[in-house]
Ligand binder design. Sequence first.
Ligand code: FES
Length: 570
Amino acid sequence: MTQSRSRSFFSESGVAGLTHRAFTAGMGYDSADMARPLIGICNTSSELNPCNSHLPALAAAVKRGVLQAGGFPLEFPTISLGEVHLSPTSMLWRNLAAMDTEEMIRGNPLDGVVLLTNCDKTTPAALMGAASADLPSIMLSGGPMLNGHYQGEVLGACTDCRRYTAEYLAGEIDGATYREVEANLVRSAGHCMVMGTASTMNSLMEALGMALPGNGAIPAVDSRRMQLAAAVGRQIVRLVEADIRPSQILTPAAFDNAITLLHALGGSTNAIAHLPAIAGRAGIELPLSRFDELSRRSPLIANLRPTGSYQMEDLFYAGGIPAVLKMLLPLLHGEALTVTGRSLAENVADAATSNAEIIRSLDDPLQPEGGLSILRGNLAPDGAVIKHAAATPALMSHRGPALVFQDVADLRARIHDSALDVTPDHVLVLQNSGPIGGPGMPEVGNLPIPQKLLKRGVRDMLRLSDARMSGTSYGTIVLHIAPEAALGGPLALVRDGDEIELDVAGRRLQLHVDDAELASRRTGWTPPDPAYTRGYGQLYLRHVNQAPQGCDFDFLRGRTPVTATAQPKF
Ligand code: FES
């Protein structure tokens, strides 16, 4: 397919070719530009997405690299999804962003594309679209923020947003301190700098083979991030010349590599929704069982918050993701092809670890198994997820009475009520917060600890839901329960006082209510009213898959590779 799409576009005869060339020349380009491989720079920059607002400078560096290598770079925007500003949840639009990316790649006469992303959903969305379009592609993220600092303490977004809010509600810090934390938290451009969802997904791009080494950890404002962008610009031209496409890179071996890195990093639970969605675009089934199989043989070796002590800037100084991957090589498919045109093992051959406290060896891990587990039981027949590495060890085996909240509105109305009948042994249960019930499977699974218990010193409880949680969250939190409550999953049938048992070692989540009683409750169950009756929301409700399938739309799974020549106009 080498350069065939742009060549056919610019060399077409008649009025079509005339307009293609004339309007491109109208931007100041000439035939020498139009003779080169046309590289699209898909930019998710937006001032409504602070994590991606600095991407124009990176786009300029990518263009410089494309020109150095003899390509013709043209930048285009796609939808940007920011965690902070979008309501009710950015996940509601991840698939819309993926459609935007895929169709703009398909509709324009591009030979290759660089995908500029950063905040949580922008990275999986862009790769889902690129995987379905299957044009030579490289992922490039904007990088993490620098560490925050306050009175000698390192601050991390947004792990410390939650931690200090809990301390404030508990009366342990005053309003002035709370405001100082806010003022010192976000020091620079970039995405959240703990091992949250953005750090996770942008790091996994290296293991998948879809990003150049260094993509995960180079800070957003480090000059080496700009140098990486220029290198990406040069490499995408070579990738077009070699005609290496995502379908050759996104193989089962590549997903095994990504899952192994996910466990080794103590990465975000959100990856367990995004990776199956990306794999689905590549025609690969990625069942939850594969995450659990690889968890049992993948030690946690990166000492990063919220499971550990350090942050992305520290990881970069310690050797970055290439050093972590090199440490993991005995557990990886090192022969897997990457966008460098070389194997994963070749990419990291020269990587070195400079801080054994941050990047541990396989012989001296932080935990012998990965940080995430898949649970099953009569409460989660199709699976549930727990990030046990960020949970309280004493709660890993727990049985207690349920305290049920029907939805997020009910939770907000009652959780801090001083009259709430709750003890530290209770299991907090949130219903109707899954892909359909949320809608959009919002990051509300880290239910707040009731204020009356915070004041008694309680900082963690067992909490369950069909929602997601931010990758920056921590605690004993079971998520992604499937099928979700809004579809009539067993979670919908839980009532106050029911006994619930969690056994992480046995990977079990059990509702101790007999089958006859559950059947009786089911006859009285009615689904909640749909959140949307028109527009994109209704399309979403009709077609979204459940969490184990990655919450993609049923009609978007798989790929339709772009045609070798530009599409004819009608
Ligand atoms: Fe964008 Fe955290 S808000 S990565």
